[in-house]
Ligand binder design. Structure first.
Ligand code: SF4
Length: 250
């Protein structure tokens, strides 16, 4: 069992709302903390570790139990095991998310092989910490990584970090997610596509129109089409907004 505790936000069951696994039921394991500070961040518990982690006892029923942080991996493994045994087949995979889960690399190195006995592992990451990714590669089935555009995220000059990360991540089933809004410029899409194409043009690219706090989409229908056309050098380019927000899912 895992001896390295970690600050966590929540474990719950829901429908994946983003990326190539959109629509599938997943067990979400969310870690606190992040090394970035995106202007559009909508994830709770990232600036400081929450006092308690919320564990959903029955998958999808929101009957949360509070457990004090930092939390041991044993609690997470026991929860996922209970779901796998009590509700067999309802989950496609475990989504390890944040925040930035790779900030908890030592914990993940112990936790992921144990969780993977029950379900495949999907890592959701901002795609900047390649040194933390390297030892975890054998324990991952899917990797969803971001490329943070300066326009939409407010983060600047992460291109080298993203390139190093994608080169490693390409050893597994990886896709790239790029959040776009009306301020996104053509060169940002082109530079992202060039990077992906140089590593493997078959890596799927998800263009994710930003959802504003009032629920509206921050990209006009025409601009979404233009973004997709700009990415034409790649084999698989999908435009998918955050669908869980439409459905009232966590
Ligand atoms: S990488 Fe994700 S969690 Fe971190 S600040 Fe950006 S949006 Fe928030």
């Amino acid at each position: 069992m895992s001896n390295v505790p970690a600050s966590m936000v929540e474990c719950f069951s829901s429908i994946q709302g983003e990326g190539v696994l959109v629509g599938l039921r997943q067990a979400f394991v969310r870690f606190s903390g992040c090394n970035l500070n995106c202007s559009f961040c909508d994830t709770p518990g990232m600036s400081q570790a929450p006092k308690d982690c919320l564990l959903e006892l029955t998958p999808g029923r929101r009957d949360f139990l509070k457990v004090g942080n930092p939390m041991s991996g044993e609690r997470v493994v026991a929860l996922i095991e209970s779901w796998a045994e009590g509700w067999p087949g309802i989950h496609h995979s475990v989504s390890v998310t944040g925040g930035e889960p790779l900030l908890h690399g030592a914990h993940l190195l112990e936790l992921l092989p144990k969780l993977r006995r029950f379900l495949p592992i999907h890592l959701e990451t901002n795609g900047t910490l390649h040194q933390a990714l390297a030892p975890l590669i054998p324990h991952l089935d899917y990797i969803g990584m971001d490329i943070k555009l300066p326009s939409s995220s407010g983060c600047s000059d992460l291109w080298d970090e993203h390139r190093a990360f994608l080169q490693l991540a390409a050893q597994r089933s990886v896709y790239v997610k790029v959040v776009v809004d009306q301020s996104t410029e053509d060169w940002e899409i082109e530079r992202s596509c060039q990077m992906i194409a140089e590593i493997d043009p078959a890596i799927p690219l998800i263009l994710q129109p930003m959802t504003l706090p009032d629920g509206t989409i921050a990209v006009s229908p025409l601009r979404a089409l233009e973004f997709q056309e700009l990415a034409g050098r790649l084999k698989e380019v999908r435009v998918i907004p955050q669908t869980h927000k439409f459905m009232g899912q966590l």
